[in-house]
Design a protein around this ligand. Structure first.
Ligand SMILES: NC(=O)c1ccc[n+]([C@@H]2O[C@H](COP(=O)([O-])OP(=O)(O)OC[C@H]3O[C@@H](n4cnc5c(N)ncnc54)[C@H](OP(=O)(O)O)[C@@H]3O)[C@@H](O)[C@H]2O)c1
Length: 204
């Protein structure tokens, strides 16, 4: 049920921890929060004791996001508001970004001094419309996440955490069990950015 999205979310949280971001440093922003990686990142961060701000394009899913651990739910547009400016007001101790593009750029511009931002996705865009100010004036660190080729030592450390200190309850509620005939509907919803919950394919 955790799958690649769970590994990717856990690798992202691992990088925040390794980068020294602590729960008392302030909220962590998760973008694309209702998606597979985003929702699992929300749950893992909450279990690890962080305050989580979940950014979503689906206002109707606010209660769901709170039920899996979000402290606060904001609209996607709230993240990018004012992002035409070279720097933005600092809000986040860390960011788990699943979207890329303007959303990632705005998140980096809003990260506090010394914060860590992870980048794993491109559903918004593969481009990053950014300047160097957040890095050279605020010491913000941007870390790329790759679940496909990351070394076994890294994977082992992260799965170990998922099995122990990051093991959160209610995983079943985040998953829809479907048959192969349910895939087409899931794919269409994914392509429209409307996917909610993960699909667990029951091959029988
Ligand atoms: N680097 C890696 O190893 C790795 C591993 C797995 C996945 N990925 C990538 O990570 C990203 C997320 O994967 P996923 O499995 O979570 O995908 P997903 O389940 O399809 O979720 C993506 C979420 O992003 C938001 N979104 C969709 N279109 C958007 C748009 N145009 N602008 C802004 N937000 C948008 C939506 O959430 P809201 O409605 O809540 O905003 C959507 O639910 C994908 O790009 C995927 O390819 C990378």
């Amino acid at each position: 049920m955790l799958g690649t999205a769970g590994l990717t979310a856990a690798l992202s949280v691992y990088e925040l921890e390794q980068g020294g971001v602590k729960p008392q440093d302030g909220p962590i922003l998760v973008t694309g929060a209702t998606g597979g990686v985003g929702s699992l990142a929300v749950a893992i961060l909450a279990k690890a004791g962080y305050q989580v701000t979940a950014a979503t394009g689906k206002a109707s899913e606010a209660d769901y996001l709170k039920s899996i651990g979000a402290t606060e739910v904001i609209e996607r547009a709230a993240v990018t508001e004012g992002s035409e400016r070279p720097m933005m007001k600092t809000l986040w101790a860390g960011v788990v970004d699943c979207v890329g593009g303007e959303m990632l750029a705005a998140a980096i511009k809003s990260t506090k001094y010394g914060g860590v931002v992870t980048c794993c996705g491109l559903v918004g865009s593969i481009d990053l419309p950014l300047n160097v100010f957040p890095f050279i004036l605020r010491g913000v660190r941007l870390i790329g996440i790759d679940s496909a080729a990351c070394p076994m030592s890294h994977r082992t450390a992260v799965w170990q955490k998922l099995a122990t200190e990051w093991k959160f309850g209610g995983l079943e509620s985040m998953v829809d069990e479907i048959g192969l005939d349910g895939l087409e509907e899931k794919f269409q919803s994914m392509l429209k950015g409307g996917l909610k919950r993960r699909g667990l394919v029951n091959l029988q």
